[in-house]
Design a protein around this ligand. Sequence first.
Ligand SMILES: Nc1ncnc2c1ncn2[C@@H]1O[C@H](COP(=O)(O)OP(=O)(O)OP(=O)(O)O)[C@@H](O)[C@H]1O
Length: 259
Amino acid sequence: MGNDKIIEVDHVSFKYDAEWIVQDVDLSIEKGQFLGLVGPNGSGKSTLIKLMLGLVKPDQGNIRLFGRELRYFDQWQEVGFVSQKANSFNSGFPATVLEVVKTGLVSRIGAFRFFNRKHKEKALEALRIVEMDDYADSSIGELSGGQQQRVFIARALVSDPALLILDEPTVGVDAKHVADFYDLLARLNREQGISLLMVTHDIGTITEHATHVACMNKSVHFHGASEEYKGFDEGNLNQLYGHSVQQLTHNHEHGVNHS
Ligand SMILES: Nc1ncnc2c1ncn2[C@@H]1O[C@H](COP(=O)(O)OP(=O)(O)OP(=O)(O)O)[C@@H](O)[C@H]1O
């Protein structure tokens, strides 16, 4: 491919009606990175993800995925997406965990082909990666929010993506399982070599896990290594955002990093 950039967002702006939601964003993710995208409510994070996925079109600027202009990009099996509202099945939803994971193969095999034994194996393998293979035959609706979210990650992994995009995946995961969830992401990143982009509100936690962090409030105010970000004190950060960092941190301390 000759290009280690998996996503390149080049001076992208987007507006709903007359209001600019994303303004002149320049951002890239290189192969192997785990980028945390943080920012206050309504700062345009989900909209930026939609732009990257081609679900809405930029008013200005360009986006490339795997070195290809978005409008010519067709390798969607390389991109797994887990949305914010993924874990919202109610207890009566009539599908098993395995069935849900197999729907992730649709982009690879086409919507109207039959699933065969190989596809079942592939789905079970993805469930093993997220440590949910014991639940293959359970109803999806009976699982906890955290377990459902793992199943949605398995669904995104089943087509062997090189990039996984997660939009606030820990919403609905109870606090004591959030650490396990980050361990899973670290394994995907380090052991499976999957590049990650994760939207979150929780900047304290993400900077402990992601390799890089980008802070946005319509435009990107900081993009760099997590270690560099942790070196900022609260005054720097308020200036960076033009916004109180308190609203981003969930009681996490932002002191200067002495390590
Ligand atoms: N379909 C739409 N039509 C009009 N405005 C929209 C639409 N979708 C989002 N917006 C507006 O765009 C702005 C950015 O929304 P977006 O969801 O991208 O922010 P966000 O940073 O992901 O927020 P949150 O952290 O609350 O999820 C908000 O002001 C929102 O009201």
